[in-house]
Design a protein around this ligand. Structure first.
Ligand code: UD1
Ligand code: UDP
Length: 377
């Protein structure tokens, strides 16, 4: 539109977790008439991204469709950088919003930097202190922190990490994590419309009278031996007849092949396709314990009061551990089995880890982010 004085905001993302955490931001931004909001996805993930877009009813304005099976980090990074650069040249946004720590996040920020376009970083300031865990996410975050001029830190600790890296105070805003917005809205929808998650209702029936252990795992630093260890631990746990494991597999063949092979003859295990977001939230609600190496799941489970055993050696999300609902157990099968068995057999240990906390937010993070951008102009 000629003479359009609105601020042009381009929201970009590429993977499932970014989409889950950005859809509340898109919805909040569109409530402000002074913004012209467009959505550009790299589609670094395809099917898992589309699951979220469909549920959130978001149709991207630009879809680069960049997922290729087996592409290297270099190839993916190069394609995002060049193709997103062309999007920026065509769209000429005033601001770009990126989320979190993926290659999409760092390369979109880099393409913005080359054009001196303002970058707002949602979920800024998470640090594990180890460049190789999570890998390559720790360095992706640092790249974006160097480039961004608006940093939306989910927690006080994340804001402090940015201050320690000399990010000016007036560019850091503690907003809460938008994953809590997505989780609470989805849980509300599920409670009013239980038919939103039919596959979980079926699985609950199949595993009646068993305690459900929900599992997810996909981290690059766990590919290979880490995944084989996790499969071995799950097989041992599944030998108990009072539990059932429900595990939506990440479609990366380096994850799914190891798990299908390692758990081929395990009892009480449902290896299933990735769930859409409402179904996964329903699974979290059904679960007695959550075993994961995912970032987002570490943030969601404490809000639901579900004990989370984190199959990593370190985390950039210490708040769940400090709150007592999450525990780092690494990927040694003996450690995973021991920690799980304790939660299953020791009521006091379970009770201590199963109190609901919201260390990551109150469900209003997205509106805070939109308001901050509106105030800045
Ligand atoms: C990516 C992000 C990671 C994030 C994770 C969330 C990078 C380097 N990694 O990791 O930070 O935590 O997403 O899940 O940015 N695949 C499909 N369909 C899909 C998605 C993936 O088939 O919808 C398969 C493809 O073969 C793809 C592979 O999984 O090549 C790996 O995908 P990729 O985006 O490179 O890395 P992730 O391990 O998913
Ligand atoms: N999730 C989902 N379906 C599934 C498994 C996970 O919708 O089958 C959601 C989960 O609720 C969380 C997000 O996906 O919000 C986590 O994504 P992932 O584990 O892929 O990435 P990470 O959080 O580790 O970056």
């Amino acid at each position: 539109m000629a003479g359009d004085a609105r601020t042009k905001i381009l929201v970009s993302f590429g993977t499932r977790p970014e989409a889950i955490k950005m859809f509340p931001v898109i919805k909040a931004l569109t409530k402000f008439s002074q913004f012209d909001v467009k959505v550009a996805v790299t589609a670094q993930h395809r099917e898992m991204l589309d699951q979220v877009l469909e549920v959130a009813k978001i149709t991207p304005d630009i879809d680069l469709d960049l997922m290729l099976h087996g592409q290297s980090l270099d190839a993916l990074a190069a394609r995002i950088l060049t193709e997103f650069g062309q999007v920026l040249d065509a769209q000429r946004p005033d601001r770009v919003l990126v989320h979190g720590d993926t290659l999409t996040t760092s390369m979109v920020a880099q393409a913005c930097y080359f054009r001196q376009i303002s970058v707002g970083h949602v979920e800024a300031g998470l640090r594990s202190g180890d460049n190789y865990a999570p890998w390559p996410e720790e360095v992706n975050r640092k790249i974006v922190s160097t480039i961004a001029d608006l940093h939306f830190a989910p927690t006080k600790a994340a804001a402090e990490a940015l201050q320690q890296e000399n990010v000016p105070d007036d560019r850091i805003h503690v907003t809460g994590n938008t994953v809590v917005d997505a989780l609470l809205a989805t849980r509300k929808a599920l409670h009013s419309t239980p038919s939103l998650a039919p596959q979980i209702a079926q699985l609950a029936k199949l595993h009646q009278n068993k305690r459900i252990i929900a599992v997810t795992a996909h981290r690059r630093e766990n590919l290979g031996q880490g995944m084989r260890n996790i499969a071995a631990a799950l097989k041992l746990i599944s030998a108990r007849d009072d539990v059932a494991i429900i595990y939506p597999l990440h479609p990366n063949p380096q994850v799914s092949e190891i798990m299908r092979h390692g758990l081929a003859d395990a009892f009480n295990v449902s290896l299933i396709e990735p769930l859409d977001y409402p179904a996964f939230v329903a699974l979290l609600e059904l679960a007695y314990i959550v075993l994961t190496d995912s970032g987002g799941v570490q943030e969601e489970a404490p809000s639901l009061g579900k004990p989370v055993l984190v199959m990593r050696d370190t985390t950039e999300r210490p708040e769940g551990i400090d709150a007592g609902t999450a525990r780092l157990v690494g990927t040694d099968p003996a450690d995973i089995v021991q920690a799980t068995t304790r939660l299953l057999d020791d009521r006091a240990a379970y009770a201590a880890m199963s109190k609901a906390h919201n260390p990551y937010g109150d469900g209003n993070a997205a509106m805070r982010i939109a308001q901050i951008i509106a105030d800045i102009g």
